[in-house]
Design a protein around this ligand. Structure first.
Ligand SMILES: [Zn+2]
Length: 128
């Protein structure tokens, strides 16, 4: 009988980073503050200083949250016909709340993807 090939049980570096952990070891903390990436992993000493997400996470969060808010506002307006003040109360809370919830995982995604797909160590050695 042929045994099915089992995938390794280790999580992807991207998933580890999205959860706020080091993309290499999955144990250390990726963030020093809410959105500030730590200088090094406190467990395996991986250098995070070369993993720069820049404005990428904010751009994607803007696309996602903007789409949700725009579609939601149009749907609410057509479905319920609420007074304008309802929109002024609901949508700032939704936009700010979703942005705060999504920014950190998106930033982790970028750092994890850079760790997985960019050979930063090789780039460092090629520059010197
Ligand atoms: Zn680590």
């Amino acid at each position: 009988m042929i045994e099915p090939i089992q995938a390794p049980l280790t999580k992807s570096p991207i998933l580890k980073a999205m959860a706020g952990h080091c993309p290499r070891c999955g144990q250390g903390r990726l963030f020093r503050g809410f959105l500030k990436v730590a200088d090094r992993c406190n467990t395996c000493d991986l250098d995070f200083s070369h993993h720069d997400a820049a404005d990428g996470p904010a751009v994607f969060v803007t696309f996602v949250v903007g789409t949700i808010a725009a579609v939601g506002a149009v749907w609410l307006d057509f479905a319920q016909r609420p007074p304008a003040w309802v929109h002024f109360v609901i949508w700032p809370i939704v936009v700010i709340g979703l942005s705060l919830v999504l920014l950190r995982p998106f930033k982790g995604f970028f750092v994890g993807a850079q760790y997985k797909y960019r050979s930063i160590d090789r780039e460092k050695h090629e520059r010197h």
